[in-house]
Design a protein. Sequence first.
Length: 287
Amino acid sequence: MANNKRIADVLHTGIKEVFHQNNGDFYHETLKVSHQRFLGIYVSVFLSLNAFFGLLYFIFPGTITGPRDPSYLDCFSFSVQTMGTVGYGTFYPTSIFAHLLVTLEVMIGLVGIGTFAALAFARISLPSSKLTVSDKLLINEDDGEPTLIFRVAHLRQNFLVDVHISLQLLSPVKNSNGQIEMVMEPLDLETDFYHVLTSAWLIKHHITISSPIYGKGSTDLKRQHCSLIATITGQDGTTSESVNHVHTYAPEDIIWNQRFKCIIQEDPITGEHTIDLTQINETQSSH
């Protein structure tokens, strides 16, 4: 799971405009919206269509017949029953125009409900990493040299296997022709591969003279329009599904002379260790 809005802000290079000029990608855009928005769109479209067809049944007298003269609410309910192919039989169409409307509405209902069901299943079946990354990057000298640190936590009570972690500096650079290119420079990590990843881990980059951020502060990175992108890939130990997670840091997310608070506590009586993942972003002074 990635922070898509932040990534879009960082990587925005005209792709969005070209994408929409080519009619976009309905399937992937639908998968990316939140569950609340997805459900809200479905309910809104469903009610709007039934309100429209109910209005057509209502404004044309004699379109549907039943035990009484149909009110608009009756026409709306008839539309819902027709679109959902329920058909209680209280009201029924009595004209050629009504039968045409019913035919059209059933066609729309079958396609619409089928499409929603397919999209809902696709959303439910999407693998989710349940990974979270600290929202800040810390720089301190706890290890004798400046070290950039962020924290990764796995929120499921299982494990990830064959996990690769990378951190790259993204910056716009002018080439020899004067054209701007987006360049990604890798930052060497103390450990970038884990056979098994559980709970929370500290990921470290030692800022040596060969580091792309050596001698640079947050102000320098901001002036140069740089960002840092952390990527995590692996496999879920239970389902064997591929896991991909991307997190983007802006220069203002870098905090100096801070360290992460320890989230592992030992019970003084039993000696058992407890990990409090709710404190993944908690920091303290390194002095």
